[in-house]
Design a protein around this ligand. Sequence first.
Ligand SMILES: [Zn+2]
Length: 318
Amino acid sequence: MKPILGYAENLLVLHSAERDPEALPRHAADPRRRVVLIAGDLAVLRAGEPATGLLAPAEAERAGAPEERIFLGSLDGQPVLAGLAAAEAAELFRDDPAFLVADLRAIAMRGLVRPGELGMLASAKSLLDWHRRHRFCARCGSPTAAAQAGYRRDCAACGAQHFPRTDPVVIMLVADGDHCLLGRQAHFAPGMYSCLAGFLEPGETIEDAVRRETLEEAGIRVGRVAYASSQPWPFPSSLMIGCVAEALSREITIDRSELEDARWFHRDEIRLMLDLAHPEKLFAANPIAIAHHLIRGWMERNDSARPPAPGGGGRRGA
Ligand SMILES: [Zn+2]
């Protein structure tokens, strides 16, 4: 089965042109509405195979009046709202077998909802988390209030408008022929290696961020950089920008404040890691993460570029 990239598929139709002041109350009164409920950092799902984050209004109201409410978009012509409840509200659902309470990592890793709901849950969680952390105006310190159906916060005191932020992160598969560079942070599960990554800084291009982060973390100089794909990462609101990059040097110097280890892996070793058959029990990042897809994509591309093995066995792994 092809691994699913978490949070990248979103079934919602967004309506950014429709976020007038009446949009939220109008959709909140629609009896066909569905509600995504986030309690603290956790999502409340209705149990099932698969479970769903789209609750009926009466189910979501069990958590009480939401602290914040957003008109997220529509699904099959029905409005979808998102509500933020206090972390304690999760307890109201935890012992009821009709519901599941889980964080977004567990929901993706355990495949609890259909993949197209993961993107929707990520949108809801990132937006609601932003509301929770931006109650006051960054310009004048006065309280702010949600506007534009939940996609903006306004300050009545100074007139400033604040928009939800997405933090870009570059994540790169750095390769040199048959080898690629992976690293591990101290908090990773034992044996896990992943792509190097880091936040894009203001005024920086994606390509330069890839080169700077790789040089800072592993001492490797990088030349050509190519964009591969991206992934929303709702912890709390990053966009992972996946790239494949070409190494210009081989000698690794590890920044121990960032990484516990970094090393070059031969493609045959990468295959063992992806197959969970590595003799030292090393493995690559989880399939829900873009790093896994960058690593797998590189290995498979290298496979097809490789000449058939002597003896006419065709290409390996085919
Ligand atoms: Zn203000």
